[in-house]
Write a protein that binds this ligand. Structure first.
Ligand SMILES: [Zn+2]
Length: 588
C-alpha cells in the first residue's frame, strides 16, 4: 500500500471532470457541478453528479460515489492500486517502486494486464506485416483499391495477418508469454492431433477495436482472397465484451459530443470512409446486431442517433432492430437511406461530403423513414396493419407520452388518416399486446432521509450548528451509523474532504451531501430537532439497558443497587421529557 501522502498527491494532480469526461458526457449545472447519465447503471435522466471543486462524484440513482481513483477503479473494473498507478502515470508522478510490486497484485489483475500487452504487441506485429513485409503487399493493394488512405490506416492502426497461420504465435512466444494467456487472448488457438498452436487470423486485413480509453482490446478481420467468411471477429475475452464497445467511438467521441448526435453505420469500412471524408461522428457495431449496452454507451455521448444502414431489405430489418434498442435506451432516432442501395462507403466514393451532409441533416424520424420504405405495403389493408403493428411496437417501447402522441400524429399524417383513428388503433394494439416492461431497479438506493442530509448540510456550513453538535457529542457517544460517521468526520476536519476519508458508509453519505442542495430552508431548526432526536434515541437505549439491570438487581435482591438504578432511570426519563418538550416548542 502506498503512503497516504502519495495518494493525496495523485488525487490533487488529477482532474475528475476530465477523467469522467472520457467515459460520459458531462454537462455543467452551475459553476461547480456537472451531471451526466450514470455510467454505472441504466437511467433516462442524469443523476450522476460531479463536483469540480470537491473532486468527487455521486450518483443519486444507484448510490455510487467517490473520487478519481475509485471512479477509475470501478469503471475499468481494476484494483485500487492499478487505478492509482494509471492516474499517477498520467500526472507524471513517480511512484516509489519498493512499496508495491506486481507480486502484490492479484493473479487476475496481472492476467488482465498481460492480455492488454499481448493485444497491443499483436497490433504492432500486424501493423508491421501490413506496412513492412512482403506478405503485406496483397493487403496494401486491396486497401489501395478500396481507397483507404495511408493516414486513415495509420489512425485506425490497420494490420495484416499473414497466411501461414503461426507467425503471430511465434512472435508472441518469443516475447515470453505463456500458452495459457495466449489462448485466453483469443488470438492464438490450439487443436489438432498434436495439440499444436496456431493463429486465429490468417490472410486477413485486421481492424483493431479500441475501448473507450483508446486501448485496443480486439480485432475484426476481413478476408481478401475470397476464401472463408467475409468478416470474422475475435471471440469475447476478459478484456473484450462486444456489448460494451463501438468501432470508431474513441476516435470520434469529441466530435460526437460537440455535434450532439452520432451516425450509426454497419461496417468497419463505412466508418473508415466517413473519417477519411472528414465525418468523425460515426460508429459501427463490431460485426453484431446493436445491443442495449452499446445503445447506452452512445447515449453517454449524444442524445440522438442517425442510422445509415445499407439500403437493402437486410439493412432495413437491421435498422428496425437497432431502432427498437435505441428507443428503449431513450435515444432519439432518425434514419437515412442512400440512393440505389448504396452503403456509406459507396455513397461517399461517388458523392460529395456536402451531399452526404445534406442527407444527414434532412434525416427524417425513424417513423417517417419506415413508412417511406414500406410505401408499397400501405396500399392493402393487410399490409397497412403489418406496418402499423411494427410502428406501434416501437412507440410502445418509449416512455414519454407526449413523444408518443407526436409520433402517432406523424403516422396519421403520413397515412392520411385522422389522428384519433391512429390513436384508437394504437390503444387496441396495446390491449392485444400487453407486456410488462422492465423497470430500472434502484433497490440498493441508500435509505438515508432527506432530513439527515440537510442536517449534515447545516453542520458543514453553520458554525452554530457545529457548536451545538460538538456539545451534544461530548455528552453522548456518536451513533455507529453512516450519519454518526459523517458527523464525526465533519467535526474533526475543518474543511471535510471525503476523498481523504476512510472507506465507510459515512464517506458515501458525505459525498451525497456535498453533491446535493439542502431541501429545508430552516436548517437551524432542523438541526436542533435532529440533535434532540439523536439525544432521545440515545436515552432510550440507556433506559432499555437500565431496565435490564433493574430486573437483574431485583432477581438478586440487591436493594442498594436497585435504588441507584431506579433513580438513574427516573433522571433519564425526566431528561427525555424535557428534550421532547424542546422538540415540540420548536415545531410550533
Ligand atoms: Zn448510478
Amino acid at each position: 500500500m502506498y503512503p497516504r501522502h502519495i495518494i493525496e498527491q495523485v488525487l490533487n494532480a488529477t482532474d475528475i471532470v476530465k477523467l469522467v469526461s472520457t467515459y460520459c458526457e458531462l454537462k455543467p449545472t452551475g459553476s461547480d457541478r456537472y451531471v451526466s447519465l450514470c455510467p454505472f447503471h441504466t437511467e433516462k435522466t442524469p443523476s450522476f453528479t460531479v463536483s469540480k471543486s470537491r473532486q468527487i462524484y455521486y450518483c443519486f440513482g444507484c448510490g455510487k460515489g467517490g473520487d478519481a481513483i475509485s471512479f477509475l477503479k470501478d469503471i475499468q473494473n481494476i484494483s485500487f492500486m492499478d487505478a492509482l498507478e494509471i492516474l499517477a502515470d498520467e500526472a507524471g508522478i513517480h511512484l516509489p517502486k519498493t512499496s508495491y510490486s506486481s507480486k502484490e497484485r492479484s493473479p487476475e489483475q496481472n492476467d488482465r494486464r498481460t492480455l492488454f500487452q499481448i493485444v497491443e504487441l499483436s497490433v504492432e506485429f500486424y501493423r508491421n506485416q501490413l506496412t513492412k513485409s512482403l506478405n503485406g503487399k496483397i493487403a496494401q493493394e486491396y486497401l489501395r483499391k478500396r481507397n483507404i488512405s495511408p493516414e486513415i490506416q495509420e489512425e485506425f492502426r490497420l494490420g495484416f495477418a499473414p497466411a501461414d497461420g503461426y507467425s503471430l504465435y511465434r512472435f508472441l512466444k518469443s516475447k515470453g508469454f505463456s500458452e495459457r494467456l495466449l489462448l485466453r487472448s483469443g488470438l492464438i488457438r490450439s487443436g489438432g492431433e498434436e495439440g499444436r498452436y496456431y493463429d486465429f487470423f490468417r490472410n486477413r486485413i485486421l481492424f483493431p477495436i479500441r475501448n473507450i480509453e483508446g486501448k485496443v482490446i480486439s480485432f475484426g478481420g476481413r478476408e481478401i482472397t475470397g476464401e472463408g467468411p467475409k468478416y470474422i471477429n475475435l471471440p469475447e475475452t476478459e478484456i473484450y465484451q462486444k456489448n460494451k464497445v463501438l468501432y470508431g467511438l474513441w476516435e470520434g467521441k469529441e466530435t460526437i459530443r460537440s455535434y450532439e448526435n452520432v451516425i450509426l453505420v454497419e461496417g468497419y469500412i463505412d466508418v473508415l470512409r466517413c473519417f477519411q471524408s472528414g465525418i468523425r461522428n460515426v460508429v459501427a457495431t463490431c460485426g453484431t446486431a446493436l445491443t442495449a449496452g452499446q445503445a447506452n454507451l452512445m447515449k453517454r455521448f449524444a442524445p440522438k442517433v442517425i442510422i445509415v444502414y445499407d439500403g437493402d431489405e437486410a439493412g432495413l430489418s437491421a435498422s428496425i432492430r437497432a431502432t427498437s434498442v435505441l428507443l428503449q435506451a431513450g435515444l432519439t432516432v432518425s434514419a437515412v437511406t442512400l440512393p440505389d442501395g448504396k452503403d456509406p462507403d459507396d455513397f461517399l466514393q461517388s458523392n460529395t461530403v456536402s451531399e452526404w451532409n445534406q442527407r444527414i441533416s434532412s434525416a427524417s424520424t425513424f417513423f417517417t423513414f419506415y413508412l417511406q420504405q414500406k410505401q408499397n405495403l400501405l396500399s392493402t389493408p393487410q399490409g397497412k396493419i403489418t406496418v402499423l403493428s411494427e410502428l406501434f411496437r416501437l412507440i410502445s417501447i418509449m416512455e414519454e407520452n407526449s413523444i408518443k402522441e407526436e409520433f402517432l400524429k406523424e403516422i396519421a399524417s403520413a397515412l392520411r388518416i385522422s389522428f384519433w383513428a391512429v390513436k384508437s388503433d394504437y390503444e387496441q394494439y396495446l390491449k392485444n399486446n400487453y407486456s410488462v416492461r422492465s423497470q430500472t431497479n434502484n433497490s440498493h438506493l441508500e435509505s438515508v432521509s432527506v432530513d439527515d442530509i440537510d442536517f449534515l448540510h447545516g453542520l458543514i456550513n453553520d458554525e452554530q450548528i457545529k457548536m451545538r453538535t460538538k456539545k451534544l457529542f461530548q455528552e453522548i457517544p456518536l451513533p455507529e451509523t453512516p450519519l454518526g460517521m459523517a458527523v464525526k468526520y465533519i467535526l474533526e476536519n475543518e474543511d471535510p474532504d471525503p476523498r481523504f476519508m476512510e472507506e465507510c458508509e459515512g464517506k458515501k453519505l458525505l459525498q451525497k451531501v456535498l453533491l446535493s442542495e439542502p431541501v429545508n430552508n430552516d436548517l437551524k431548526t432542523l438541526a436542533i430537532e435532529r440533535l434532540n432526536r439523536l439525544h432521545i434515541e440515545y436515552i432510550n437505549q440507556q433506559i432499555g439497558s437500565i431496565q435490564q439491570q433493574i430486573q437483574e438487581a431485583e432477581k438478586r435482591q440487591q436493594k442498594e443497587r436497585l435504588m441507584e438504578l431506579l433513580s438513574n432511570q427516573k433522571e433519564l426519563i425526566t431528561k427525555r421529557s424535557q428534550l421532547s418538550g424542546v422538540q415540540i416548542q420548536n415545531k410550533r
